[in-house]
Design a protein. Structure first.
Lengths: 114, 117
């Protein structure tokens, strides 16, 4: 079965510090991968998505970047965090066939920038 | 661009009763998918149910069923025999066919459902 791992679960970082959140998927190959951010009590905003190794598309211009160095690894990064980067970050993957469309999410990372 | 609207920010239901959550969407696409996701207090997002737009039959998953009205662009979720564990935030989501849009989804703002004992 497919599983998705996301870490860390919680992170408190000072303004101006770097960021690295990691997500890995098991049990599937060549998944579509996504990074979403969720503001408190709100819906999800798509940040980045990837359809293959080294292929990254950005949805929202911001202080963040993403990379996909391996087929089942997706990394969200920042060189210098801003207060506005605080939020709940979710990694997800989706199948590409009719019987497995829809997201499987990681457990999320709560990021607080202080 | 697609939009998804959930007009009920909060709802409550008595245990064992039935509740319906509303969702409307706007799109010019003909081939797409609709989803309901559940986010309990643990914040782990879980896929509850999926509907393919080309299917006329409404999807069901145990106590969860949908009422998909394509012409009206409406996609409601019905939870029967509500249980305390159904307490969560529920998100409606739209996805264009993955081959045309890489599986990107648009989410509504969510409905917080509280099941009361």
């Amino acid at each position: 079965s497919q599983t998705i791992h996301q870490w860390p679960a919680t992170l408190v970082q000072p303004v101006g510090s770097p960021l690295s959140l990691e997500c890995t998927v098991e049990g599937t190959s060549n998944p579509n991968l996504y990074w979403y951010r969720q503001a408190a009590g709100r819906g999800l905003q798509l940040l980045f998505y990837s359809v293959g190794i080294g292929q990254i598309s950005s949805e929202v211009p911001q202080n963040l970047s993403a990379s996909r160095p391996q087929d089942r690894q997706f990394i969200l990064s920042s060189k210098k965090l801003l207060l506005s980067d605080s939020g709940f970050y979710l990694c997800a993957w989706s199948g590409v066939t009719d019987n497995n469309y829809g997201y499987t999410f990681g457990s999320g990372t709560r990021l607080t920038v202080v | 661009a697609q939009t998804v609207t959930q007009s009920q920010p909060e709802m409550s239901v008595q245990e064992a009763e039935t509740v319906t959550l509303s969702c409307t969407y706007d799109t010019s696409e003909s081939n797409y998918y609709l989803f309901w996701y559940k986010q309990p207090p643990s914040r782990q997002m879980i896929l509850v149910i999926r509907q393919e737009a080309y299917k006329q039959q409404n999807a069901t998953e145990n106590r969860f069923s949908v009422n998909f009205q394509k012409a009206a662009k409406s996609f409601s979720l019905k939870i029967s025999d509500s249980q305390l564990g159904d307490t969560a935030m529920y998100f409606c989501a739209f996805m264009k066919h993955v081959y045309t849009n890489a599986g990107k989804s648009t989410f509504g703002d969510g409905t917080t459902l509280t099941v009361k004992p």
